[in-house]
Design a protein around this ligand. Sequence first.
Ligand code: NOJ
Length: 532
Amino acid sequence: MQDWWKKATVYQIYPRSFNDSNGDGVGDLQGMIEKLDYLKELGIDLIWLSPVYDSPNDDNGYDIRDYYSINPEFGTMEDFDQLLDEVHKRDMKLMMDLVVNHTSDEHQWFKEHEDYYIWREKPNNWQSIFGGSAWEYDEEKGKYYLHLFSKKQPDLNWENPELRKRIYEMMHWWLQKGVDGFRMDVINFISKHPDLPDGPNGDGSDYFMNGPRIHEFLQEMNDEVLSHYNCVTVGEMPGTTPEDAQVYTDPNNREVNMIFTFEHMDLDHGPDEKWDYKPLNLIDLKENLEKWQNALYDKGWNSLYWNNHDQPRIVSRFGDDTNYRYESATMLATCLHFLQGTPYIYQGEEIGMTNVAFSSIADYKDIETLNMYNDKKNNGIRERKILDQIHHVSRDNARTPMQWTANEQASFTTGTPWIQVNPNFSEINVESDLKQSKSIYNYYKALIKLRKEVSLITTGKFKLIYREHPNLFAYKREGKGETITVYCNFSDQTIEVDEQPKGETLIHNYDVQANSHQITLRPYETIVYKGQ
Ligand code: NOJ
């Protein structure tokens, strides 16, 4: 099927933290192979691997030194080939991370091809997303290069046709090996305004996000590479509206199949920065998801996600990881998986892994977190306040090792893990979830199975109901004389809905209904009906 990815459920592996097979404390490719049956059993169709390429790891692999080799911490190219083969044998697919907005400063290109990068005599006022100026002075060259992320991640100059050709060659190389697609890292940053003008208060995002040649570059990439394969593409695109997404994902435009939006993930950020977190207003979330569902219906395609390696854990963020961990994790899963689009599950989400709260900054590893800490410390902000922000927002919340069992180091490694295991592993782990019939894992498995059986989940038109309710997220999916209705209680308060239960129950996260005459939703209860 051409659009096979419309029916797929994706699982993201963050290689360093998934499963370590050789005791060096870092997850690896053989470790992934050991767990493929686990993923198959869950119902996964497509695996997305965060970068496994050779890298000095300034940003955990998002700084690539060599696109054609595997980071030795993860294994060898033979291990990779074996992984790909084992994935395909199980009738699953594998998607690579494609990081081509920037390379590592240790990439050969940075040493040999000045014109593959962006240089200026004088920096503009843009700030790096990881803090500080986006420009670094090169003593030898006597000028500055642009780095929208760390200074070890210089931005590539997509204006240079030779550079583009080198990237397309590399993509062909991986696709010919048999990989099934790409998740494209900040791909809407590749076209910058040619003059690189100053931005208001150092925010140059208007000049590097969705820039003047972005559609041209993506179309060229399609013509040169992607159109020759039956592959899937998802573009990570911060700062993109549903209207932009219509253009990017409209198949007639030949750009990408779907994009990762950030809008729904930014709703609990303060006005100045993401570290200034605030409680979610559910009405904002409903309105936002409604906008995306409607904008892309029949035009493009949505990707659906709550979690990835850059986001705190959803059960700790929009749920209640203390009193209602099972109920809120399964409610959030239901809310997302009944929407139209391709759902993404991030490792550990399927067992309701939570945020972590290390008491010392020494236990944190993420460059963004460490830069922010140092910056705030220098500005006199209290340690306690900074740590509180880190506990809620840091990307390391997602990066603690996968919790496989209640044994030492959660059986992630026999050695010392590169980042500490969340101390709650003895309670929250795969082994315990697999044993119990009522578990978050089994609930995810049921959701994934339903998506394969009930085609309306893929095709139905979205309709928001109870729009003004502060705690209830309810919606319908309609089509061909059938309707699915999804009710999600986002709070620990009981909600009485003025309706009778009707139709077949597709899924429910409590054992029995509270009331047979009226829909009553207990804390974080979710229920889905299908009927005429
Ligand atoms: C987005 C990736 O998801 C993130 O982890 C990384 O730090 C930046 N892009 C830079 O590559």
